[in-house]
Design a protein around this ligand. Sequence first.
Ligand code: ATP
Ligand code: MG
Length: 316
Amino acid sequence: MIITCPKCARKHKVNPDALKPFADAGKKNIMASCKSCKFKFPVALSSLLSSEEPIDMQRRPGSLARKICITLSKGGVGKTTTSVNLGAGLALAGYKVLLVDTDTQGQSSYILGKRPGAGLTELLTRELTISDCLTEARKNLWLLSGGKSLAGVKRIIDKKSFGAEFTLSEALTPLDDQFDFILIDTSPGWDQLIVNVLFYSTEVLVPVALEAMPLHGMSEFIKSLGAIQKYKREIQLKYIVPTFLDLRIKGPKLLYDQLRKLYPQQLCKPIRYNENLADAPSFGKTIFEFAPGSTASEDYRSLVRTVSGNEYALLK
Ligand SMILES: Nc1ncnc2c1ncn2[C@@H]1O[C@H](COP(=O)(O)OP(=O)(O)OP(=O)(O)O)[C@@H](O)[C@H]1O
Ligand SMILES: [Mg+2]
């Protein structure tokens, strides 16, 4: 449980047991005092005591998470939408999932309707422990949130003179045996944090928007991935997920056929264009909660089956 000082933004860990007597005595608020800047501010007890349950770190001993990054340098192709809904779908299917948001836009928490007090930044800077940085977003679905503060982390990584590309791996490795899937959403572009994500992940999922020039973005990305593979052999381009498929127009279908010829092994069933996917985030809901009967929900359920290799997952 974390309180953030509204004045200096310093994060403080709070022991819930110390707060219970105040709640039991009927108090609604307590006065908190920042240990760093000494600022005093009121905090609603309900917001503290209703927060997440303790983290269940019990899993099958010995099994390691599959680490899948969802990435493409091009912006707006459906990376975050796919990360969140694939993660939520795998969680609904009973897998234990961690979603890591490495984007400064911090969209994953918004889509899941969460405002975490801490996330990936605090983990990478070692300000807080792993369990303090994780947010339980749904049953089986945990979030390491991103956001603006990651910009500072990128500067720290840039300044490292040795082993900078392993910064993320070093911080996340203790979680390898705690989850079935670790999904990593990335920002558009190409920077030191994305290189870190590729050095950490073992599988790559690329969403490709079926619009003008998707193949150009793909081939550029495959070149960059090839450069990483020289140093990290086990990373593989596993899934290509066409997004924004609109069958009413000819272009997307032609692009889909081209992708099928070029990448027959990796190509997955497309995610169709569906406005529910654009509307769900403002309600803080996944597609399965917002529009369970939609084509988008059907398409993401199918992706869950492909990625998990479980043909019975989320069948109606
Ligand atoms: N299949 C779809 N049909 C309709 N709208 C979609 C679909 N997939 C995603 N969207 C919407 O398109 C926009 C871009 O999607 P998203 O944010 O997932 O892309 P992104 O690749 O993560 O973008 P960025 O590169 O900026 O991080 C969002 O508003 C999202 O809700
Ligand atoms: Mg995104």
